[in-house]
Design a protein around this ligand. Structure first.
Ligand code: GLN
Length: 262
C-alpha cells in the first residue's frame, strides 16, 4: 500500500480509508490488510468515441478497455474519472489521477508538464464541414484573406493548432466548446464554418448528423499516449504493461472491436 500511495494518489476510497484509520487514534495500528489492492485511477473525457464514451452509465471504449487491461496485468483495481479534457493534465500532475488516457496526443508543450508512455495509436486532425462548404481542403483555411470561424474542443490539439496557425495569423476566429459534439452541433446550426477534431470521433459525429462531410486532406497526424505526472513511479510499470499488451496483440484486438478496418 505505502509503495503505491506515494505515486498513486488518493482515490476517494483510499482517502476515506486513510481518514478512518487516522480517526482510530490509538487503536489498531494503521497496518494495511495484506489483501488490499492498490487502485489505478484513469482520468479521461468520456465524450470522445470510440476511445471513451458512455454506454448507459458505463464508460467504455478503446482507452477504457486498454486501461482496464493494464490494471489487470498489474493486479490493481481500476477506476475511471470523467472530466473535461483540459482538466486531465491538472488531475494527473496534482496526483488526483494515476494517469490520463483520452486519445491524448503527445505534444512538445504537454511534455513540459507530463511524461508520456509509448504511443498505442495514431490520430489524425481532420476538418469537418457542411456539405457544399466553400472550404474544400485544409489549404483553404490558410488562404490569404481567409476568415473562417473554427469550432474546436477546448484544450485539444485541434484548438491549439487552429489558434496558433490560423487565429494568431488573423485567418480565423476559434470558437471553443467543452465537447467535440457541441462544436459539431454548432456546425450543423451554421454557427461555425468548420470543426477541427480527431478523425475517429469525427467519423462518429458525421455519421450521427446529416449534411456533414470530412475533408480528404489531413490537418495533422499525431501519436496518442498515456500521460503521467513527471517522474511518477507508475510510468515504468504502466508502460511495461502497455508494451506487453501491444506485443501480444491485445491492444490491436481492442482497437479492432471499435474501429472497423477500412
Ligand atoms: N487528440 C486530441 C488531443 O490530444 C484530442 C483528444 C480528446 O479530445 N480527447 O488534444
Amino acid at each position: 500500500m505505502k509503495k503505491f500511495m506515494k505515486g498513486l494518489l488518493a482515490t476517494t476510497m483510499v482517502f476515506a480509508m486513510m481518514t478512518s484509520l487516522v480517526g482510530c487514534g490509538g487503536g489498531s495500528e494503521a497496518e494495511a490488510p495484506a489483501d488490499e489492492t492498490a487502485t489505478l485511477v484513469m482520468a479521461t473525457n468520456a465524450a470522445f468515441p470510440p476511445y471513451e464514451f458512455y454506454e448507459g452509465d458505463a464508460i467504455v471504449g478503446i482507452d477504457a478497455e486498454i486501461g482496464a487491461a493494464i490494471a489487470e496485468k498489474l493486479g490493481m483495481d481500476f477506476v475511471i474519472e470523467d472530466m473535461e479534457f483540459d482538466a486531465i493534465i491538472p488531475a494527473v500532475t496534482s496526483g488526483k489521477a494515476s494517469f490520463g488516457m483520452a486519445g491524448m496526443t503527445v505534444t512538445e508543450e504537454r511534455l513540459q508538464s507530463v511524461d508520456f508512455s509509448d504511443s498505442y495509436a495514431k490520430g489524425v486532425q481532420v476538418v469537418i464541414v457542411a456539405e457544399g462548404s466553400a472550404i474544400t481542403s485544409v489549404d483553404d483555411l490558410f488562404a490569404e484573406g481567409a476568415s473562417n470561424v473554427i469550432g474546436v474542443q477546448t484544450g485539444t490539439t485541434g484548438d491549439l493548432y487552429s489558434t496558433w496557425d490560423l487565429e494568431d495569423a488573423g485567418l480565423a476566429t476559434v470558437e471553443r466548446f467543452n465537447k467535440g459534439a457541441d462544436a459539431v452541433l454548432a456546425l450543423t446550426q451554421g454557427k461555425v464554418d468548420c470543426v477541427v477534431i480527431d478523425n475517429e470521433p469525427a467519423k462518429e459525429f458525421v455519421a450521427a448528423n446529416e449534411g456533414l462531410v470530412i475533408l480528404d486532406t489531413e490537418y495533422a497526424v499525431e501519436d496518442y499516449a498515456i500521460c503521467f505526472a513527471k517522474d511518477s513511479e507508475l510510468t515504468a510499470q504502466v508502460n511495461g504493461a502497455l508494451q506487453e499488451l501491444i506485443a501480444d496483440g491485445t491492444v490491436q484486438a481492442i482497437i479492432d472491436t471499435y474501429i472497423s478496418a477500412e
